[in-house]
Design a protein around this ligand. Structure first.
Ligand SMILES: *Cc1c(COP(=O)(O)O)cnc(C)c1O
Length: 391
């Protein structure tokens, strides 16, 4: 016997029927404070009026047309992304892992067209996550994701997170690119120090490599800048985006410079759904809110408040928590207790967090979280911690 839904997830017995802002209502009527936001997806919270309006008015007009035709909503979203980032051009996908697929293809095609077809290798780091497609799992390389799924897509060189000397040593005449998350999400909220991102940019420049940043989780305002790499004052050649950009509608994108994208001519890549009118109408509404200096200033203010309160929480529960880390509203609590136990105690106290690698629980709340929500978050996480201590 197998469940009618393929059992690849260990699901919590929670059944949410409605969402509003940072709050979810369970079918039994309990209200949960959502500090997970569907893993950094509901950037503007649940049922944001502007997103509901964008989606429903587009739904009344036109759901889908093929990429064989012009799609004005897609053009509008690409224009907004180009205006606010390093990028000259954008390809839309339905997910983060599809963005990873294109990033890998784009990097290889770039060198092929430059007459260096031997440059196929992409350097990646342990603890990283780039999605569950064959390229995504091969890129990240973790055994939990790859075991049993071989033969894996070749051409990835896996290095230790933070090992800059290792990068220098690994670069050869086969290297095409370095791919890295500016803040590792699944790996346990591990930020790459600004100096290290700068050093990777310099190494790419020095050796003529492409820098690919995976901002699927840390992008779209999450860290208090529109994209996390802006803190380091550098720019990638290629960037993967998804999660928050659709605010809950499945949407992803690859952003690139004209140079990095130069091999991707007509017929070299495609997607049936990628960039469809519904997704792009919502994406435009998300960008209209997030790519705004006042909105980002508020994210930073609230992030500072939440972090300060979390430091207090950690200090008050030293047997449960070890430290707070992360950037903006992408925060991790490194646990001393077992992280899953803390997440479950959170459920019992009607607050949602997300487990991550390195025994961390993740807080990825809606960027629209209010000060009252923050006070409630600390109160509920405190109760959860007390419950873990008593167990
Ligand atoms: C979630 C995630 C992905 C994969 O995105 P999907 O939409 O689940 O395919 C890739 N990279 C990072 C950093 C992510 O957090």
């Amino acid at each position: 016997m197998i469940a009618s839904v393929l059992p690849t997830y260990n699901r919590a017995p929670l059944n949410f029927v409605k969402g509003e802002g940072a709050w979810l209502t369970e079918k039994d009527g309990r209200r949960f404070l959502d500090l997970g936001a569907g893993i950094a997806v509901n950037a503007l919270g649940h049922a944001h009026p502007a997103l509901v309006e964008a989606l429903t008015s587009q739904a009344r007009a036109l759901w889908h047309v093929s990429n064989l035709y012009e799609i004005p909503q897609q053009q509008a979203l690409a224009d907004r992304l180009v205006e606010h980032t390093f990028a000259d051009t954008v390809f839309f996908t339905n997910s983060g892992t599809e963005a990873c697929e294109l990033a890998v293809k784009m990097a290889r095609k770039y060198f092929y067209e430059k007459g260096q077809p031997e440059r196929v290798e992409i350097i990646t780091f342990d603890g990283s996550f780039h999605g569950r497609s064959s390229a995504g799992i091969a890129a990240a390389g973790g055994e939990k994701m790859t075991k049993g799924f071989g033969p894996l897509l070749p051409g990835f060189v896996h290095l230790t997170f933070g090992d800059l000397d290792g990068v220098t040593d690994a670069i050869s005449d086969k290297t095409a690119a370095i791919m890295i998350e500016p803040v590792q999400g699944e790996g346990g909220i591990r930020p790459v120090p600004d100096a290290e991102l700068k050093a990777l940019r310099s190494l790419c420049d020095e050796h003529g490599l492409l820098l690919i940043l995976d901002e699927v989780q840390c992008g779209v305002g999450r860290t208090g800048k529109l994209f996390a790499h802006e803190w380091a004052g550098i720019a990638p050649d290629i960037m993967m985006v998804a999660k928050g950009i659709g605010g809950g509608f499945p949407l992803g994108a690859v952003l690139a410079t004209a140079n990095a994208a130069s091999g991707m001519t007509a017929g070299t890549h495609g997607s049936t759904y990628g960039g469809n009118p519904l997704g792009c109408a919502v994406g435009c509404a998300v960008m209209d809110h997030v790519a705004d200096a006042d909105f980002l200033a508020e994210v930073n203010r609230k992030a500072g408040l939440l972090r300060q309160r979390l430091e207090g929480l950690v200090a008050g529960h030293p047997e449960v928590f070890e430290e707070v880390r992360g950037a903006g509203l992408m925060l991790g609590l490194k646990c001393k207790a077992v992280n899953i136990d803390v997440v479950n105690a959170g459920y019992a106290n009607e607050v949602i967090t997300v487990p991550a690698g390195d025994n961390v629980i993740r807080l990825l709340p809606p960027l629209t979280l209010t000060d009252e929500d923050i006070a409630e978050a600390i109160a509920r996480l405190g109760k959860a911690a007390t419950q873990v201590e008593a167990a």
